[in-house]
Write a protein that binds this ligand. Structure first.
Ligand code: FE
Ligand code: ZN
Length: 550
C-alpha cells in the first residue's frame, strides 16, 4: 500500500500545501494593500528570495516601496552569501549598504576586569545536591561522537520557493516511517481511497496538519493533507482527552488519525503522534561525571552578565563554593552551549544602543576570551542561535571560521550547527537552539514561555524541531533535517531565556536559560528571564542539579 504513494499526484498535492501557506501569508495582511503586496511578493520570489509578511507590511509602509525592493534585491544579489529569506534583521543589516555607507567597525572595545573582588557564592547555590560518588573529570578521557549536524559547506544561496515541496515531501516520508513504527497505524489508507458508506466505518490516515480551527462548541475542525488529497475532519466536543490532544497540534506536523466515517462525515476517534516510545529508558553512562548546559550568553550586549559568568568559570575551576559544590564543579567534563553565544548586530531596530561591543568579530573574540577561562580538561560544544553569524533559516550551519577564528583554534572547543546530535559516552544528546519554541507558544494557548520544557515536549512527541512553516521560524527549503529521527537521552535547547527541565519517557528535557539580564524588549513584552541558573546533568544517573550563580 505504501509504495504506490510515490507518484505524480503526490507531488501535486503537497504543492497545494505550500501554495495555501503562501496564500495565508497574504490573507494576514490588510485587504487594502493586498494586491500591491502580491506584486511585491512575486518580485521577491522571482528573484529567488522568500519574504515574510512582516517584511512586506514594513515595505508597504515606506515611500516608494518599488525602488526600495529593487535596491534590496540588488544588494542581496551582490553579497557573497545571499540570504534565503529576506527578514527584518536582514533589512537592518543591509541598511548601511543601501544608503551607500560602509558599516562602521566598532570602536568600543569591551574591557573585562578579571581581578574583581573574590566572588561570594550564595548559600542557596546548590538547590538540589544529592550527587554522590562523583569523580574528577580531569582523570577521565573525553568520549564525544558527533552523530550528525548540518554540514559546513552549505550556504544560503537562492533556492526557489517550489523547493518547499521537497521540504514537505521529505518531512512527510520521514515522519510517516516513524509513525509506522507504531503497531496501531499499520492499516492507514491514502485519503483518496476513503469511500464513505451509510454505516459507520473506522479508518486510519497519515497526513500533515493543514489547518486547525476551534468550533463554537469547543471541539475542532481539522484539515489534513496527504500525498493524494485533503480531508476535513471533526474532533467532537464530548471527548475531553481528544480535544486536549487536538489543542496541542501544530500546523504542518505529521500525524495519524484514527477516525470513523459515515455519509461523508469524518469524525476523529484518536490522534496518534510519532511519539517517543514508552520503551525508551535512561541508559546511564558508565562513569559518574557531569555535563553543564548553558545557552544565550549574548556576549556583546550591555545586558550580558559578565560577573555571573565569571563566577561560573571560577566554580568550574574548583575555586569557589563549599565542599559539595566544588566536588560537583570538578566533575564537569562537558560544557554544552545551545546558541546565541553573541548578541550579534542588526538583529532588531536600535540594537546599537544596547551593544557593549559593536563589532561582530570582536563579539566572538570576547567569547573565546571567556571560554579560555574554562579549564581545558572540559570539552566545549557550541551550536548557533538566531543571534549568531550564520544562516537564519533552519537548520543552521555552524558559525563560520571567518567570524570565530579563535574559537576554532581552541583544542577543547567544537563548533557545530543547530541541531546537533552528539553522543557523550553512551548518552545521546540533541542540541537545538530552540528557535521554534516561539511558534509553539504562539500556537498553543496553554503553553507558556515560562515553562519552555513543556513546549519542548510538544516537539519531541511530534518528532520534529520546527513543524510550523511561515511563523517566526524560517525553514530552509531543502530535505527536512529537523525530523527527530534519533531519540535523544538529553534534549537541550535555549532561546526562551527561561530555565525549565522535565523528564519525558526517559528523555531529560532541559532549557538552559541565559546569561543575559532582562532586555528592554523583553520588559516591554513581559518576559522575565532566569539568567545565571546552570543545569548540570549527571551522565550516569541522569539526575539534574541546578546551580544559581546570579
Ligand atoms: Fe537568546
Ligand atoms: Zn535565540
Amino acid at each position: 500500500m505504501s509504495e504506490n504513494l510515490i507518484n505524480e499526484e503526490k507531488i501535486i498535492t503537497l504543492e497545494n500545501h505550500y501554495k495555501s501557506r503562501i496564500k495565508e501569508q497574504l490573507v494576514r495582511m490588510t485587504t487594502r494593500t493586498k494586491s500591491k503586496a502580491t506584486e511585491f511578493l512575486k518580485e521577491f520570489i522571482c528573484s529567488g528570495y522568500q519574504v515574510g509578511s512582516d517584511v512586506l507590511d514594513l515595505l508597504m509602509s515606506k515611500e516608494q516601496p518599488e525602488i526600495l525592493i529593487k535596491q534590496i534585491i540588488d544588494t542581496a544579489n551582490q553579497l557573497s552569501k545571499s540570504p534565503l529569506v529576506i527578514t527584518k534583521e536582514f533589512l537592518n543589516s543591509i541598511e548601511p549598504l543601501i544608503k551607500g555607507k560602509k558599516r562602521s567597525i566598532g570602536t568600543n572595545i569591551f574591557k573585562r576586569d578579571f581581578e574583581r573582588a573574590t566572588p561570594v557564592i550564595k548559600r542557596d547555590m546548590l538547590r538540589n545536591a544529592t550527587e554522590k560518588n562523583l569523580i574528577d573529570a580531569k582523570e577521565v578521557e573525553a568520549d564525544i561522537t558527533i552523530i550528525k549536524t548540518p554540514n559546513t559547506t552549505r550556504t544560503a544561496s537562492k533556492i526557489p520557493i517550489e523547493n518547499l515541496t521537497n521540504l514537505f515531501q521529505s518531512r512527510y516520508d520521514k515522519l510517516k516511517n516513524l509513525l509506522l513504527e507504531r503497531s496501531d497505524t499499520q492499516n492507514y489508507v491514502p485519503i483518496t481511497e476513503l469511500h464513505s458508506s451509510d454505516e459507520w466505518v473506522d479508518f486510519h490516515i497519515i497526513g500533515m496538519v493543514a489547518s486547525k480551527r476551534e468550533t463554537k462548541k469547543g471541539g475542532y475542525f481539522l484539515e489534513l493533507d496527504d500525498p493524494t488529497g485533503t480531508l476535513q475532519l471533526i474532533v467532537p466536543t464530548k471527548e475531553d482527552n481528544l480535544v486536549r490532544k487536538a489543542e496541542l497540534l501544530l500546523d504542518d506536523q505529521v500525524i495519524c488519525i484514527h477516525g470513523a466515517m459515515r455519509n461523508k462525515v469524518f469524525l476523529v476517534k484518536d490522534i496518534l503522534l510519532p511519539e517517543i516510545p514508552t520503551t525508551h529508558k535512561w541508559k546511564g553512562a558508565p562513569i559518574p561525571i557531569c555535563a553543564a548546559l548553558i545557552s544565550d550568553l549574548h556576549v556583546g550586549s550591555v545586558k550580558f552578565l559578565d560577573d555571573v559568568f565569571h563566577q561560573f568559570t571560577l566554580w568550574l575551576k574548583g575555586e569557589v563554593g563549599d565542599k559539595r559544590a566544588r566536588t560537583l564543579g570538578r566533575s564537569i567534563k562537558y560544557l554544552l552551549i545551545a546558541g546565541d553565544i553573541v548578541e550579534g548586530i542588526g538583529i532588531f531596530p536600535n540594537q546599537e544602543e544596547e551593544l557593549s561591543i559593536k563589532d561582530i568579530y570582536q563579539q566572538y573574540d570576547e567569547v573565546s576570551k571567556l571560554l579560555e577561562q574554562v579549564p581545558d580538561h572540559i570539552e566545549i560544544i557550541i551550536i548557533p542561535g538566531n543571534h549568531d553569524a550564520t544562516r537564519q533559516a533552519l537548520p543552521q550551519p555552524p558559525v563560520p571560521k571567518e567570524f570565530a577564528e579563535k574559537l576554532y583554534e581552541m583544542s577543547n572547543v567544537q563548533v557545530l550547527g543547530s541541531p546537533a546530535y552528539i553522543k557523550l559516552h553512551n548518552i545521546k544528546v540533541l542540541l537545538d537552539h530552540g528557535r521554534s519554541l516561539d511558534d509553539v507558544v504562539e500556537s498553543i494557548p496553554t503553553i507558556e514561555t515560562k515553562a519552555p520544557d513543556s513546549a519542548m515536549v510538544v516537539l519531541l512527541r511530534a518528532r520534529h524541531l520546527a513543524p510550523r512553516w511561515g511563523g517566526k521560524t524560517t525553514l530552509a527549503h531543502e530535505t527536512d533535517f529537523l525530523v527527530i529521527d534519533e531519540i535523544p537521552d538529553i534534549f537541550h535547547a535555549g532561546h526562551t531565556h527561561t530555565n525549565g527541565a522535565t523528564v519525558y519517557r526517559g528523555v531529560t528535557v532541559i532549557n538552559s536559560g541565559a546569561f543575559q539580564a532582562q532586555t528592554n524588549y523583553q520588559k516591554r513584552i513581559n518576559i522575565n528571564p532566569t539568567p545565571g541558573r546552570v543545569p548540570i546533568v549527571n551522565l550516569k544517573t541522569g539526575h539534574v542539579t541546578e546551580i544559581d550563580f546570579n
